[in-house]
Design a binder for this molecule. Sequence first.
Ligand code: HEM
Length: 439
Amino acid sequence: MSSVEKIKSNRYIQNIESWRWMTSLVLKGAAQTLATVGGGSKASRPSHVPENLAVDFNFTAIDCSETDIHAGWRKLFDKPDIFWTPQNGGHWVVTRAEYISTVMKTPDVFSSDEIILPKGAKPIRLLPLEAKPSEHGPYRAIIAKRVTPKAVTEMRDGVRALTIEMIESFRAKGECEFVEDFAKRLPIAVFLQLVDLPHDDREKLLEWTEVAVRSKSSLQLMMAFLHVINYLEYWIRERRAKPGDDLISDIVNAKIDGKPLSHDEIQGMLTTVLFGGLDTVAAILGFMAKFLAENPEHRQQLIANPKLIPKAIDEILRLHGIVNLSRSVAQDTELGGVFLKKGDMIQVPNSMFGVDDRATDEPLKVDFTRPNIAASHAAFGLGIHRCVGSTLARMELTMFLEEWLTRIPDFAIAPGKKATTVAGQVNGIVQLPLRWPVS
Ligand code: HEM
């Protein structure tokens, strides 16, 4: 096949208009990033930031991130409760549950219109995440009706079957690379089910989203982002012409106050669901498998009493917060005695919330019978933007624990190998070699 024929046969790159739109987005993003971080240099300390609150902290290069990213985050408890760092455009970091809760529950003062660091680095407005409180409800409702408890229950059997199929594909080998073979694959298959897209697209999406979330090369990142958006573009057009019973059709054909959503709004919503539902679930699956591989007594407890699984999910989420997003300060204000100026960025790491000893007794003790576990963490966020997909995420994690522990009850990190975790606005785990006995 000639290269022209190859291009023609690839339905995802035929739409020149989409490419133009996307390229302008990416160029805008690149220009904003350069303007904000000055090509990686540190920001100067603004005059309203006292010297004793300035700490050089870079969330992309946390200590311990190679093997235990959460231990790295916990070191921040030695710093002031609220401090400022010159890294990533310059921003505040809140380390204590009390203040994280205030920031996340006061959206008029701590605005979600910028949640990614560095400020302005992203070419697209993520919806409903970055919607103002007054406009947020209708965007959220469009997604919410696809992931209600009833809708999630209806997906359960399909997700269970997928989980079993994946586990059985490597069980007899006695080993797997958990992240590659399972953690990344389950959420993408569930996403494809939610949006009713072809299963065969799984590998392609996996490759693009992985690069878009983790790559340190801006060119690779830009290309991956373009691929994902272009892929979604194709399906937006398809579902506009032929609506089906799926989330893309809902978003594309939704109206707010009688008006259809704009192109940017549609892309912003689909991108949020795609990235919000893939990397997060993949990360917690990885942290969960790592914890159970390293803690046989907790594993045995779940095998002996599977009724503990829902509580175990919350207890593991409490210890392994995933998302470390930010807010922008919408008006001059004060938090914990610290003056914050309008326009400042403030990071609220969920990684810190559940392990703060001022809020949780013996926070490093793992106890699946701890009272009120679900209320003692903020892994799904707090306030109006609290994760709309949490019921779906919990169901995926339940399917994993139920089916994995039945089929592979005895497993450990492969001897001589190690898990590798990574720091970021979403904590991740990139390698988890597991091994188990086979008869
Ligand atoms: C264990 C997995 C997950 C974790 C840890 C997680 C975490 C979060 C957090 C912390 C937020 C709030 C962010 C903020 O306040 O700025 C959020 C919001 C959101 N999540 Fe999740 N999430 C997970 C799974 C999912 C899934 C499976 C979906 C797919 C539907 C999803 C879709 C969303 C959406 C659309 C929002 C925005 C809600 C709004 O702005 O009203 N998430 N998630």
